[in-house]
Design a binder for this molecule. Structure first.
Ligand code: HPA
Length: 261
């Protein structure tokens, strides 16, 4: 993809891949052709890098992500963030599907991530210090940029899509949580739970990118529903696709208009 400039990078999580249909695709590259990323093994993740146009600006979309639970180490998980930095991006939007931990957070809702709890038991910055990821002990007081959170709100208003805000808690997966874990997570202050996003958010914030996060609540978390399955997660995300697409399109259009990623 010669001449690529990417002020904004979007990472699409489980069930979000068809959001790209709302953008004008300029070029695509399979992950298998991206050294260090490799084909994603998770259903619902296309495994494609898409260069797209929206609102008169360009955006780079990672359609699918690699996860810690795939056992491939941090390299493929971190690569989209590293590429975003290398291509001069100023902002990264991380999307995911998540279980609703907060009572009343219904499947199909969109949640702007205000903050996170890392309950993965691991941190992508463990290891010898690489200055590319900022200081040895990066501050995490405000991971999710407040201007970008407001911009997501404005985008949702323009798209006439209701959004809520909350705290996303990440577990390593791949097993879903037990009802007892969900009760504990609720007491800890979690509104939603998932198996991604937090590692990329830590890395991106440490590296100086502005970070935004958007969850699609695809199911009530364990104990609030009878059972959980990835199939249900993908079906619910598919039903929310028009809302997800509209919010991200308006977000990119607003970013282009304001001229400040
Ligand atoms: N738990 C963990 N990850 C998830 C969930 C969940 O309930 N839903 C979608 N991703």
């Amino acid at each position: 993809m010669p001449g690529l400039r990417a002020p904004v990078v979007i990472v699409l999580g489980s069930g979000w891949r068809d959001v790209t249909q709302g953008f004008g695709t300029l070029a695509t590259l399979p992950y298998a052709d991206l050294p260090g990323l490799g084909a994603t093994q998770v259903a619902g993740h296309a495994g494609q890098l898409v260069r797209a146009e929206c609102g008169g600006g360009e955006v780079l979309i990672f359609v699918g992500r690699r996860h810690w639970y795939e056992g491939v180490g941090w390299g493929p998980v971190a690569l989209p963030v590293a590429l975003a930095c290398g291509l001069g991006a100023k902002a990264i939007v991380l999307t995911n599907s998540a279980g609703g931990v907060r009572e009343g957070l219904l499947p199909g809702s969109l949640m702007v991530i205000d903050d996170h709890i890392n309950a993965m038991g691991v941190n992508p910055l463990v290891g010898s210090h690489d200055p590319a990821w900022g200081p040895r002990f990066p501050d995490m007081s405000c991971v999710y940029d407040s201007d970008l959170r407001s911009r997501l709100d404005a985008a949702a208003r323009r798209a006439a899509v209701p959004v809520t805000h909350g705290v996303y808690l990440a577990v390593s997966g791949p097993s879903y949580e037990t009802p007892a874990e969900i009760r504990a997570f609720r007491k800890l202050g979690a509104d939603a739970v998932g198996m991604s996003t937090v590692p990329e958010a830590i890395l991106a914030h440490a590296a100086g990118l502005r970070v935004a996060g958007l969850s699609c609540i695809t199911n009530a978390a364990a104990g609030l529903t009878e059972s959980l399955s990835h199939r249900e997660v993908l079906e619910r995300a598919a039903a929310a696709l028009p809302a997800m697409t509209a919010v991200l399109r308006e977000f990119v259009a607003l970013t282009v208009k304001e001229g400040t990623p």
